[in-house]
Design a protein around this ligand. Sequence first.
Ligand code: AR6
Length: 176
Amino acid sequence: MKSADQIGLVQGDITQQETEAIANAANSKLAGGGGVDGAIHRAGGPQIMAELKANYPQGCPTGQAVITSGGRLKARYVLHAVGPVYSGRPKDAQLLASAYRSCLSLCSQHGIRTVAFPSISTGVYRYPVEEAASLALHTVTDYLTTHPEIALVRFVLFDTNTYAAYHHVLARLQTL
Ligand code: AR6
């Protein structure tokens, strides 16, 4: 099986996912915020923020991720990834790829076999969605090639435009 076949796409709300882990698009202070971050903290309840404050008081550098429980979510874990604020410089791509890889590496370390991702950095952080979709899907595909312990990576895209951008890239990867 090609690793792109282990990637799924749905349009919807990531807080409702039943994968073992969901990823959050957080900020480097891990302070909560709007967008998917706000939705995850609202749905998961205060335990998630309490764990972040207790375990990561320094926050998390851009391009990295940290793990908490899922609180009241169906998912057992939340991976709090910090993507870059888009600047148009080459380092944006490195940091965004690194944010996805950090989440996947946490999955490997914690025995997490199924994980859902939002489209990190393409909301408030203004990363162009076509570029971000290509980078996210190529980064995940590459990781899965060498990490058979992860069975499913599902992208949960909130709006039609974002879903279409990811669908366009994934369809090509799956026919290669
Ligand atoms: N499920 C899935 N995707 C969602 C949901 C949801 N419930 N809600 C929004 N999205 P953003 P960023 C989509 O802005 O660009 C926060 O304030 C959204 O439509 O959430 O990485 C943090 O605290 C978009 O496609 O994240 C940071 O300060 C995607 O999720 C900052 O925003 C990402 O948009 C991070 O900005």
